[in-house]
Ligand binder design. Structure first.
Ligand code: TRP
Length: 466
């Protein structure tokens, strides 16, 4: 079975592609609204702790598993001689398909806002946002465009497609965000926004906040579903995995934190509620751009939403790559064919999400869970299942697998392959310890809390906190 799998051409290419996967709507769209709903700085603190303490070791494990086996998220476990554990890969495929199915729709919002602003239309505020997202024909068309563009890149493979796109887009986005922060800090009430964002009020912490922060950490770092097993499988065995993972984590967390600095002064300067949910950035930013005047507003606004679309794009690429690599490796489907089949399936799976933002009432108020105050939409439900529940579960299983099934000796040997100097360093010592104890215990515990809280309405953390 000699399949040509391809690979990243340089270490920088890998890091940028993985950072491109990590940095996306999760940082610029989801993070701010989760912070807003989770009560501000207390959420930020928990998110940061989870990223570094729990997620970083899982990231090292994913990359190591992928690089060692040079296989996709399912095949990697079989290649290590533990076929049963490929269940982790199947869970990952399921999460990935679900996440991409709604992620594409949100990416289409971003792209649609770009087009609108280019046309001189600023959809300012909540009502305009509601009108925009419930127009399913328009959003659906953009969703198709986005899916097709993603599939086009993925069908072209690793170095020529994924790597090349990431190298150009990532740095541009970064510069753009910094510029917007400088502007946002000059606005009235900017300090109120910063206070909400930076001064924690720990009484805001509830069970929902804890698992939302964990789910956000996994989602934002693209962990828990084998995306980094897959990307790791294209990495040269001479690279240092631990330092690559550290760089990817820092870039991702950095962009999320910066996005908060950009958004909250904007939100407060316009007197918008922080718990605006999925619409938060779409409701706030157009007003800011409009205030820049007709010419500058169109230029800056269009550029921002274009870059947001690009950030989403490097993420949709990684999400589509996971099931595609599975089809290529395990079923020997040619890459191009595999890509288009998977993309079509994911588009279909995403139709209920597309219709759940106001177009169809039964999907907009899709389900009333025992743990939630009001009915949530199909899209929110898919997010709850895939990102808040399945990703941490996947992370838990990856940690247990790495420490106790694949075994630490093998894991550590793979980490040190290519760069012996990592042996005995504090980072390696921490990863070793965390993957065996901290990750299994805490991820397992939070998974149980999540399930009880959401699906059974048993609020353990609230009870513990009194
Ligand atoms: N991390 C991306 C974001 O923050 C989304 C994403 C891309 C993702 N690939 C993933 C999430 C794999 C989970 C798993 O926007």
């Amino acid at each position: 079975m000699a399949i040509q799998r391809g690979g990243f051409s340089t270490r920088l290419g890998f890091i940028l592609a993985a950072a491109g996967s990590a940095v996306g709507l999760g940082n610029i769209w989801k993070f701010p609204f989760e912070v807003g709903e989770g009560g501000g700085a207390a959420f930020v603190v928990m998110y940061l702790v989870f990223c570094f303490v729990l997620c970083f070791p899982v990231m090292v494990a994913e990359i190591a598993i992928g690089r060692k086996t040079q296989r996709n998220a399912v095949g990697a476990f079989t290649a290590l001689g533990h076929k049963k554990w490929s269940i982790i890969g199947y869970l990952g495929l399921t999460s990935g398909v679900l996440i991409l199915s709604f992620y594409n729709v949100v990416a289409a919002w971003a792209f649609g806002y770009f087009i609108d602003i280019v046309m001189g239309n600023f959809s300012v505020g909540a009502e305009a946002f509601g009108g925009f997202v419930s127009d399913w024909v328009k959003v659906g068309s953009y969703t198709i465009i986005f899916m097709v563009a993603t599939a086009y890149v993925v069908s072209h493979g690793i170095a020529g497609g994924i790597e090349r796109a990431a190298k150009i887009l990532m740095p541009t986005l970064f510069v753009m965000i910094i510029a917007l922060i400088f502007y946002s800090l000059t606005l009235p009430n900017a300090m109120e926004g910063l206070k909400f964002y930076l001064v924690p009020d720990f009484s805001e912490i509830t069970g929902t906040v804890v698992y939302a922060a964990l789910g956000q950490a996994f989602f934002s770092l693209s962990l828990g579903m084998g995306a980094l097993i897959t990307y790791g499988s294209y990495v040269n065995r001479k690279e240092n995995i631990v330092s690559s993972a550290a760089q990817i984590t820092l870039m991702d967390v950095g962009v999320a934190v910066l996005a908060g600095f950009m958004i909250f002064p904007f939100v407060f300067s316009q007197g918008i509620e922080t718990d605006g949910g999925a619409g938060l950035i779409f409701m706030t930013l157009p007003g800011v751009f409009q205030s820049l005047g007709p010419i500058l507003g169109v230029v800056v606004g269009a550029f921002f939403f274009l870059l947001l679309s690009f950030a989403a794009f490097t993420s949709t690429i990684s999400l589509l790559e996971v099931p595609t690599a599975y089809m290529v490796d395990e079923h020997e489907v040619p890459r191009s064919k595999a890509t288009w089949i998977v993309a079509a399936i994911i588009f279909l799976v995403g139709i209920p999400s597309l219709l759940s933002a106001g177009a169809v009432d039964a999907l907009t108020g899709f389900i009333q869970l025992p743990g939630k105050e009001s009915a949530i939409s199909f899209m929110d439900f898919a997010g709850l299942i895939a990102s808040d529940t399945f990703l941490p579960l996947g992370g838990f299983m990856i940690a247990v697998f790495t420490a106790y099934v694949w075994r630490k000796e093998n894991f550590n040997a793979e980490i040190a392959h290519g760069d012996e100097s990592i042996k005995g360093s504090w980072l390696q010592t921490y990863v070793d310890f965390a993957i065996s104890y901290i990750c299994p215990v805490l991820l397992g515990a939070i998974f149980i809390v999540t399930v009880l809280d959401n699906f059974l309405g048993i609020k353990i953390i609230n009870i513990l906190l009194g």
